[in-house]
Every structure is written in structure tokens, then in C-alpha cells.
Design a protein around this ligand. Structure first.
Ligand SMILES: [Zn+2]
Length: 474
């Protein structure tokens, strides 16, 4: 990690030129670029943590472009927490104005189970965006990294022609991937019914920051929200938070914001599809030009994500959009001064805590390794961050994962082999570090009684877990 500098970059979320660099972790591999051989090379990208002095939001200073981030295989899937969805959907069905005739829409596959719950509760009018027909994304491996880029106000006429004007839009775990948050949020502000709702969900990074859990970093996430910055970002961009819910999880909490569009103007440059006047009524014209909003048919092989020259999906990095104006009494980024100070201090402490935490982890691993090999269970992105960002791969002997497509491959960056648990048992490791949640961990321990009964230690890499590596369970 190199020392900070004083350059300020534009904020992904509030657009103020106020992002201060806090820590440069150096080039990091894309965590799902599993390798066929230890010598093969994953995609690398700079991982630089910054924080916006205007809105307090922690963010990557150079988010990874979608074409570098897109999975190389089509079997990568991310499971978001779902235990809270029954309660959440129950509460959403009670929102004023929502009824069985309401039009409900989900953005990605992450919304499918919520939409099913709505149907089970008597709300049959559900639909979900189609990657090709709605968003022009033809790469079968593409996911949220492209969806966040495609959802811009230009697309609203096409989306409205295809899906009408939704009364409720579900957006689970996408905002934290955005590279132009203002345009992303403006899309929903314009599209949803004037008295409708947009429901956003994302992971709460507060515990990760406070407990110095550096696996909070994930190259797919450009933004790292806590409750205050989540609320203020939505409000700043014309989405009034009418309800806010927090669902505790084993190692990260889910934050849910239920919003309604306001008429507050957002200065976007011409061509963003904002229309004249920006009132609610003008943002929802009765008639739309279908042809103007139809995504182009993208030929396979044009680019990894299907972007072609002349596409309506223009390169957002070229735009020089002015920042939105915050209401009186808050910072230019939309946060009250006391909340802003608290966030600046929190993320600064997280940044300065990196080196000592890394040293403490290395000491613990070196101590254990004197007794025998160390395995790391779970070849997910948290494992990649733990091995590569914290630079401890030299103290780990192998990674364990029973996913049939992962076992036999090698971790990106460090090149550690991925073994099935049956093969890992033969290696005689004394310690298995876990990168999975408590529930999965219990099942793994059950399935591998021989390891535990033989004196093996099972310890979590997460400080939120009871059996953290500094306090392993007996
Ligand atoms: Zn900002």
C-alpha cells in the first residue's frame, strides 16, 4: 500500500470533484477469473480506495470497466441474502396505493424470488428486464457489471414501451456496482409512476469498516455504502426515502430503502433523455417514441459486453455532467455535517487499520503453519480478496471448494490450487480457514468430521463470526 496523495477525483455518486485517495492496494486480480494453470493470468486492475469529502461515500477511484469485469465463463452466479425477503415483500404489499392491479418490475435475476413472492400474495402483474431485448446485452456471461451501465435515462422510452410505467421497481444489489450513480438513479426517477415506488437494496459496509474486515472490498463494487450515505445519495438524486429497513445478516446487514420520485431537478447534460421541464408529469409522457429508445441489435463478438460503435449506449466517461445541488443545511454531497464527519473518520480509520491488521493475520498464520499446511475453504471473491489484497497467499497451501467447475482450477492472482474437500483431507492440513457464512460453515464441519476430530482447527476469516481466526472455536 502506498501513501495517500492529495489529488481529488470526481465522485461516482455525487459528482463533486472531492474524492480523496486513502489507500492504493496495487493491481488486484478479478476474483472470478479462475485459472486453468498456475501460470495463466487473470485480469488485473488497480485497487485504490478513495472517499468523497462532499458526500462521505467510500469508493474505488478507478472502477473496473465492465469489459474487464465480465466473467469468462457462464456458470458464475452470486447469491444474495434472501432470508428477509418474506418480511420485506409483506411490508411492500402494504404500501399506500399498491394493489393487485399494480405493475411490479424487477431489474435482474436477483429479483426473481421477490417477484414470485408478490405473485403468491396476489400481485400477478410482475415482469423482469430481459438482458437482450431490454438492455441489448448479448454476452451470456454478462451480469450486473453491464446492467448498471445500460440503465440510463436514454433507455426510459424503450423500457416504458416494453414494460409500461411500473408502480414498483425492485433493484437489489446493483447501486453499489454503478459507475455513474446519478444517471442510474435518474432512470428510475423518470420511469416509475409518479406516485410509485423504487425499492433499493444493498449491503451495509458499516460493520466491515468498523471491524477492519478488508474482504469488504470486492472489485465488482465501485461504492461502499452505510445507512447515512445510502439515504443521502438517493435523496440527492431526487428519490425521497419514505421507508428504510435494515435486515441483520451473519456477516453483513442488508439495507433496504423504499423511495418515491420527487420533482427536484437533476442537472444532466442534454441527450440524457431528461425531457423538458423535469416535472413529474413531463418525466412520464403519455406517448413515447419507440424507435428512439430501442437498443440496437448487437452482433456477437463485437465486444465482450456487446457494445458496438454508434450504439446508443455511449461511453459515460466522456460526459462532463455537473453535480446536482444539495438542499440547504447539508454538504454539497447531501450529508449533514455531523454525519459527514462521522463517515470521514470511519473510513479513514478503516484505511489506516489495514497494515496492522494484515500483520496480525500474518503472525497468526505463521504460527499455525509451523504445525502443518493451511487450507482456505471457499473459492469466492472474499477468498480472492483475502489472499491477494491482504497478501497472505504465501502462508496458505491450497483453497478448498466442492464446486465441480472450480475444483481443479487455480485462484486468480496468487495461483493457489483449488481442491475438492476429499482431496484436501488427504493433504493433512491442521487449519482450514473458512470464507463462507456461519450456516454453510456448520454444514462443512458436519461433512468433514474426520478433520475436526483429528484436531483440525476451523476458523473464519470474518471478524463478525464467532470463530474468527483470532479467536478460533475449540
Ligand atoms: Zn460524493
Amino acid at each position: 500500500m502506498t501513501p495517500c496523495d492529495t489529488n481529488h477525483s470526481p465522485c461516482i455518486a455525487c459528482r463533486q470533484p472531492a474524492v480523496r485517495q486513502l489507500a492504493d492496494f496495487g493491481p488486484q486480480p478479478v476474483g472470478h477469473h479462475f485459472l486453468e494453470s498456475p501460470e495463466a493470468r487473470a485480469g488485473f486492475h488497480p485497487m485504490v480506495l478513495g472517499q468523497c469529502d462532499a458526500c462521505g461515500l467510500a469508493q474505488l477511484i478507478q472502477p473496473i470497466p465492465p469489459e474487464k469485469l465480465v466473467p469468462r465463463v457462464d456458470w458464475i452466479r452470486y447469491n444474495e441474502p434472501e432470508a428477509h425477503l418474506d418480511r420485506l415483500v409483506d411490508s411492500l404489499t402494504l404500501l399506500p396505493g399498491l394493489n393487485p392491479a399494480s405493475r411490479l418490475l424487477g431489474i435482474t435475476y436477483k429479483e426473481d424470488t421477490s417477484l414470485r413472492r408478490f405473485q403468491e400474495r396476489g400481485f400477478p402483474n410482475t415482469s423482469r428486464l430481459d438482458m437482450v431485448e431490454d438492455l441489448g446485452i448479448t454476452n451470456p456471461c454478462a451480469g450486473v457489471e453491464y446492467v448498471q451501465q445500460r440503465l440510463t435515462p436514454d433507455l426510459v422510452p424503450h423500457l416504458r414501451q416494453r414494460h409500461g410505467t411500473p408502480d414498483l421497481i425492485l433493484v437489489r444489489h446493483v447501486i453499489e456496482h454503478t459507475h455513474d450513480t446519478a444517471a442510474f438513479l435518474e432512470t428510475f426517477r423518470q420511469w416509475v409512476a409518479p406516485d410509485g415506488y423504487v425499492v433499493f437494496e444493498l449491503p451495509d459496509c458499516a460493520r466491515g469498516f468498523d471491524l477492519l474486515d478488508y474482504t469488504t472490498f470486492w472489485e465488482d463494487h465501485s461504492l461502499y455504502f452505510v445507512e447515512s450515505t445510502f439515504r443521502s445519495t438517493l435523496e440527492l438524486h431526487g428519490l425521497a426515502v419514505v421507508d428504510f429497513q435494515r435486515y441483520p445478516g451473519p456477516y453483513e446487514h442488508c439495507l433496504v430503502a423504499i423511495t418515491q420520485p420527487t420533482e427536484r431537478p437533476l442537472p444532466l447534460p442534454p441527450g440524457e433523455g431528461r425531457g423538458e421541464g423535469r416535472s413529474r408529469s413531463s418525466a412520464h409522457p403519455d406517448t413515447v417514441s419507440v424507435a428512439a429508445g430501442v437498443p440496437p441489435a448487437v452482433e456477437p463478438g463485437v465486444s465482450p459486453g456487446g457494445i458496438s460503435a454508434g450504439s446508443m449506449f455511449v461511453d459515460r466517461s466522456e460526459r462532463k455532467a455537473p453535480p446536482p445541488s444539495a438542499p440547504p443545511g447539508v454538504s454539497p454531497g447531501g450529508l449533514a455535517p455531523t454525519a459527514l464527519s462521522a463517515e470521514l473518520a470511519r473510513v479513514q480509520a478503516f484505511s489506516t487499520g489495514f497494515a496492522p491488521r494484515r500483520e496480525a493475520i500474518r503472525r497468526q498464520l505463521m504460527d499455525w503453519r509451523r504445525a502443518g499446511p493451511i487450507g482456505l475453504f471457499g473459492a469466492g471473491h472474499q477468498a480472492s480478496t483475502f489472499l491477494n489484497l491482504l497478501r497472505v497467499a504465501d502462508l496458505i497451501d491450497f483453497v478448498i471448494d466442492d464446486h465441480p467447475r472450480k475444483a481443479g482450477r487455480f485462484m486468480p492472482g496468487c495461483g493457489l490450487p483449488i481442491l475438492s474437500s476429499a482431496d484436501a483431507l488427504k493433504r493433512g492440513a491442521k487449519v482450514w480457514l473458512s470464507t463462507v457464512g456461519a450456516e454453510s460453515e456448520r454444514k462443512i464441519v458436519e461433512r468433514n468430521r474426520a478433520f475436526v476430530e483429528g484436531g483440525g482447527i476451523f476458523a473464519s476469516i470474518y471478524p463478525t463470526q464467532p470463530g474468527h481466526l483470532f479467536t478460533p472455536l475449540p
